[in-house]
Ligand binder design. Structure first.
Ligand code: SF4
Length: 325
């Protein structure tokens, strides 16, 4: 079984951690609950941090004459600068964070689709945007794993998020070692090769060149350049076709040993995956069984087969199907 470094994740405190919503509620979130054994969570409630009590009157984003504010309609209090200043300070002091799970639709924590009103009371909604804290997170940590709890019920979004935070956590542990050496980076690159290939071939190539140039550059420069490409690589989810290419590539290792029937079976599985009839894990399970059977030690450690703890794999979906962003 693979060992995983625990990702460090900031989470909206009202998700599982505290009864801090405006009405004193806490939101039950099965994923956050399940992740607690695998992730170091840093819960925060920005509204409580700026001094709004529990319970409290609701707040909203209001835009009038091109000026946007975070306002508490019942008191007409403008909370914009307090929230901006808290967000700046909080995010500035964060060290080595791998991701964020934020409450959707909140004028504070939401990262998209937060209602923007045209006035205080019964004013209509004139648009949607990020909440104030959510926007600051996107500005400061845009290339990290950032998701809203609602979107994480979608299987492919969740898979991308978990892959990202567990890979960032593994890299963070390498780069924070008091004495940097090239060998751990070479090993990291090697065991992530097929995962990275599925994500972004151009970034993978660039990362390979960075590792290969280690004799010409100071080691810190190598790690920094590598990290930059790692974030570029995870900017979007892998395409189905990229996953198929990687699976075919791995299957190619065994072409001499497999029977025609096995090859035919695998070709049919690939077709089913292409047509959304089976998940990627069906393909990787078959490949993994061949890796074990034919004792391929190089492939055995590839993170493509298990990019995050398998206890967190759950095929269930919100029903929205695959999404690509
Ligand atoms: S959404 Fe954010 S600000 Fe609102 S209660 Fe939850 S943690 Fe606090």
């Amino acid at each position: 079984m693979n060992q995983f470094v625990k990702p460090k994740v900031v989470v909206s405190k009202c998700l599982e951690f505290a009864e801090c919503r405006y009405n004193g509620d806490v939101i039950s979130d099965p994923l956050v609950r399940r992740l607690q054994a695998f992730v170091d969570f840093y819960p925060v409630c920005p509204e409580v941090e700026i001094g709004l009590g529990i319970p409290r009157e609701t707040i909203r984003i209001v835009e009038t004459e091109g000026v946007r504010q975070l306002v508490q309609p019942s008191t007409e209090k403008d909370l914009t600068s307090e929230m901006e200043s808290f967000s700046r300070q909080f995010l500035h002091q964060l060290n080595d964070i791998d991701g964020f799970i934020l409450k959707s639709k909140s004028p504070t924590c939401g990262i998209k689709d937060v209602k923007v009103y045209s006035g205080l009371s019964r004013a209509p909604v004139i648009g949607k945007d990020s909440g104030y804290f959510g926007k600051a997170v996107l500005e400061h940590f845009g290339s990290y794993g950032i998701e809203e709890e609602g979107r994480l019920s979608n299987f492919s979004i969740r898979e991308h998020f978990l892959t990202k935070i567990f890979t960032y956590a593994a890299f963070r542990e390498l780069k924070n070692h008091p004495e940097l050496h090239i060998k751990p980076l070479i090993d990291f690159h090697s065991k992530n090769k097929y995962l990275f290939m599925a994500y972004n071939q151009a970034a993978l190539k660039e990362m390979g060149q960075i590792v290969a140039s280690h004799k010409q550059q100071p080691i810190h420069t190598i790690y920094q350049a590598y990290e930059k490409q790692l974030h570029r690589l995870f900017a979007r989810k892998p395409r189905d076709q990229s996953n198929i290419n990687v699976c075919q590539h791995i299957a190619g290792y065994f072409k001499q040993q497999l029977s025609d029937d096995e090859k035919q079976f695998f070709a049919e599985m690939l077709e089913k995956y292409r047509n959304d009839k089976v998940p990627l894990s069906s393909l990787t399970s078959v490949l993994k069984s061949w890796v074990i059977r034919f004792k391929n030690d190089y492939l055995k450690v590839q993170t493509f087969f298990e990019p995050y703890p398998e206890e967190l794999v759950e095929i269930s979906d919100s029903g929205k199907g695959r999404e690509y962003s």
